[in-house]
Design a protein around this ligand. Structure first.
Ligand code: TRP
Ligand code: ZN
Ligand code: CA
Length: 447
């Protein structure tokens, strides 16, 4: 039996994706249909799998923080003895596990505040991955969800790093901030007092503030695309839908990092906002009730925690630290490529192909190289643009009724210095004249 073969009609008939010669670029490839969300993060490759974080361990830290509050007038607020006792508890665990810890003192509202910083020895000092949480409560309660939950999840993730004796590619640094409840005081103090060279070394900051709300939502910060994707992928893997965090952007300790141009991300299960009916349908819990009815109240105790939410977010954080910390970030000059074919409808609507750029800091190059490989039987039909992550279009090629040559196989140079480097870049191609057709074979960006 013979299988009918298409006639070898020459140009335009080959539909196989080009194979890149660069093993690295192949590993980083984000090949997706233009209409779907990108998949296959280029953030880091070769990452190790994270361990499961034992919920019992995280809860044991909360029990200790509750006892500290109870023994100290019912709170762990800035300037009160319960805050310093919380710091001492967390620091002792980290010291025993082999971290290099330091206390940073600052003054706020006439009282001394403390940030606790814990460095895990090793990793690239020029690529520091940070995760942090504020350790202070408001004065009206023990602050177990806000933010014993984030503090305990970050602590137990750090202890898991020690148990694994992890040798990450990036240097790992964990932080517990003081005086968040007075206006993000500790984290601002830390960022503002970092020498510029140290600041430039921070590859990312992950914030956990309120991750065990009793009527939980699953919110992911919509900031750095690579960090966001790691969290979204983890949640997708367990089949739990997430939403973008919108209950006050900049209302927690990631704000100072973000303002300094450092990539940030984080997790949140909701504060005083009300869970909608649609949210209760997808997440369970009670519609028409706050995510945390005890927010900033005396009832924010160990009873004010949803175990499932706390467990998931602790595991999600460990996953992010392992994925982003043990994978290698593509070095400068890396090619990000999409080799998936995209058909260009004849004299029709524009089509796009997406390349996700991650692991960069700051803006795109002034001489960004855009390699385009479009197969077409009359290239004069084609209008081609590069779209930056924010949607800004850069015209690469206009149509021309007189240009009857085949194919657009060339490298354009674009001044993209006004654009943030990280994010989804798209090649947009439109065929504006009838008869001749073609497809995007592949395209790539070199950052
Ligand atoms: N600690 C924050 C606060 O008291 C809680 C909070 C409210 C929050 N909205 C947020 C934390 C959004 C992260 C993201 O304001
Ligand atoms: Zn708070
Ligand atoms: Ca055409």
């Amino acid at each position: 039996m013979t299988t009918p073969q298409p006639a070898a009609s020459g140009r335009g008939s080959r539909r196989t994706a080009t194979v890149t010669g660069l093993a690295l670029a192949a590993a980083l490839l984000t090949a997706v249909p233009a209409t779907s969300a990108p998949s296959g993060s280029a953030a880091a490759t070769g990452a190790l799998a994270a361990p499961d974080i034992p919920l019992a361990n995280v809860k044991a830290h909360l029990t200790q923080l509750q006892s500290i509050a109870t023994a100290n007038g019912g709170n762990r607020a800035h300037g009160r003895p319960g805050y310093k006792a919380s710091i001492d508890y967390v620091r002792a665990k980290l010291d025993a596990a082999g971290f290099t810890t330091s206390l940073q003192q600052f003054s706020s509202s006439g009282a001394t505040g403390y940030n606790l910083i814990a460095d895990w020895p090793g990793g690239d000092p020029n690529q520091v991955l940070m995760a942090g949480a504020h350790l202070d409560s408001v004065s009206s309660g023990p602050g177990i969800n806000d933010n014993g939950s984030g503090s305990a999840a970050v602590l137990e993730t750090a202890l898991a790093v020690s148990r694994a004796q992890l040798q990450p590619a990036k240097h790992l640094r964990f932080a517990w901030w003081g005086a968040e409840e007075l206006g993000l005081v500790g984290s601002k103090y830390y960022v503002n007092n970092l020498p510029t060279t140290e600041r430039a070394r921070i590859a990312g900051y992950i914030n956990l503030d309120m991750v065990g709300s009793p009527n939980p939502g699953y919110f992911v910060y919509d900031d750095d695309p690579a960090i966001e994707k790691v969290f979204k992928d983890w949640y997708a893997g367990i089949g739990v839908p997430t939403e973008i965090e919108t209950e006050g952007d900049g209302r927690s300790d990631h704000a100072a990092f973000k303002n300094a141009g450092i990539p940030v991300g984080g997790l949140f299960t909701g504060a005083s906002r009300t869970k909608t009916a649609a949210q209760a349908t997808k997440w369970g819990g009670t519609a028409g009730q706050a995510f945390d009815r005890c927010y900033h109240s005396s009832c924010d105790t160990t009873a004010n925690i949803n175990d499932t939410a706390l467990d998931r977010n602790s595991d999600a954080l460990a996953h992010a630290v392992w994925t982003l910390g043990t994978g290698t970030t593509p070095p400068p000059g890396t090619t990000f490529e999409n080799t998936a074919d995209v058909a260009i409808p004849d004299n029709g609507a524009a089509v796009t192909s997406t390349v996700q750029v991650t692991g960069r800091t700051g803006n795109a190059p002034a001489a960004l190289r855009v390699g385009v490989d479009i197969k077409h039987t009359w290239r004069g039909d084609l209008v081609v643009d590069l779209l930056a992550p924010d949607g800004t279009a850069y015209r690469l090629k206009n149509s021309s009724s007189s240009d009857s040559a085949d194919n657009v196989i060339t490298t354009y140079t674009v001044d993209a210095s006004a654009e943030q480097a990280n994010g989804d870049w798209r090649l947009r191609v439109q065929d504006v004249a009838a008869q001749d057709t073609g497809y995007i074979d592949s395209w790539k960006l070199t950052f």
